[in-house]
Design a protein around this ligand. Structure first.
Ligand code: NAP
Length: 279
């Protein structure tokens, strides 16, 4: 078994990105909008700010009270859409229940939608057109490519069909000529599918949900899950047992997570370059 070390790969990729950013001779700008004070969001935004600062990006963190309305949030997003210093905008999820998160994400200009969650970028991805692609799926493909793991012709089984992970990832794998099975909570006899996987992705949000019996000998296992318990992080995969069977496996922490934050910075750089071309 070999570890797919996202932390190590991220360091290499950050250095490459840093050189590209330095050659620009212009500031790359990223804005994060937060509503309320969700504890996990505070941690994720902290990680984004740290990496943005390391890359020399201009970084804005706009934090609003839970009482903000849809209309007020739209106005704030519009200000950032019109701010020339900002190349990328993300709305940190989760939003409070009274805010329409789909609407909020779609207020972001398609050129600044660095999470790739708006209808335009998601539609372009579906069509196989160049798009700003959701960061976690992009990071997973990057990890596989960098470890020289073949995708074409492989049977990929993804557990979890969220708009953030499962669905865009299914699109990316399909574009790369894999055969994809997308599973979810209504899948009957889940293990029947997971045991068939050459590449198995778990994006469920349940600690140690994927057990040894659910995995084929020699499978590549990608664990997206982040489950917090007693201040410790656990993946969706029972790592200790599944790793005995897997050919490659991502650890939690240190696998997919670090790649996700890197891809956000890469998307922001790409958005900067694209906007300059459009001018
Ligand atoms: P989500 O929106 O809650 O989606 C979870 C998915 O799992 C849904 O499609 C759900 O099915 C499916 N599911 C739930 N129970 C199931 C079961 N018993 N059998 C089969 N499928 C089941 O979650 P998400 O945003 O995709 O995130 C998933 C996990 O990844 C979370 O732990 C999250 O924290 C983590 N995450 C990590 C990163 C990273 O950078 N490492 C990034 C994003 C998310 P239904 O659709 O039928 O409800």
């Amino acid at each position: 078994m070999e570890l797919l070390n996202g932390k190590e790969l991220r360091e290499k990729k950050i250095e490459e990105l840093k050189s590209k950013v330095e050659r620009l001779n212009e500031l790359v700008g990223l804005a994060v909008i937060q509503v309320g004070s969700d504890e996990a969001s505070n941690v994720y935004i902290g990680q984004k700010e740290k990496l943005a600062t390391r890359l020399g990006y201009y970084f804005i963190h706009k934090k609003f009270d839970e009482s903000i309305t849809d209309e007020e949030l739209k106005e704030e997003i519009d200000k950032l859409n019109n701010n020339e210093q900002i190349d990328g905008i993300i709305v940190q999820m989760p939003l409070p229940k009274h805010i329409d998160s789909v609407k909020a994400v779609n207020e972001i200009s398609e050129y600044k939608d660095v999470d790739g969650l708006g209808f335009i970028n998601a539609g372009k991805l579906m069509h196989g057109e160049e798009a700003l692609v959701s960061c976690t799926p992009k990071g997973i493909i990057d990890l596989l490519d960098n470890y020289g793991i073949e995708i074409e012709g492989k049977h990929v089984v993804i557990v979890g069909r969220s708009i953030l992970v499962g669905k865009p990832l299914a699109c990316l794998f399909t574009t790369r000529n894999a055969t994809v099975t997308l599973c979810h909570s209504r899948t009957i006899d889940l293990a029947k599918y997971t045991r068939e996987a050459d590449i198995l992705v778990a994006a469920v949000g349940k600690k140690h949900f994927i057990t040894e019996e659910m995995v084929k000998e020699g499978a590549v296992v990608i664990d997206v899950g982040i489950n917090r318990e007693d201040k410790k992080l656990y993946g969706d995969v029972d790592f200790d047992n599944v790793s005995k069977k897997a050919s490659y496996i991502t650890p939690v922490p240190g696998g997919v997570g670090p790649m996700t934050v890197y891809e956000l910075m890469d998307n922001t750089y790409e958005a900067h370059v694209l906007r300059r071309k459009l001018k």
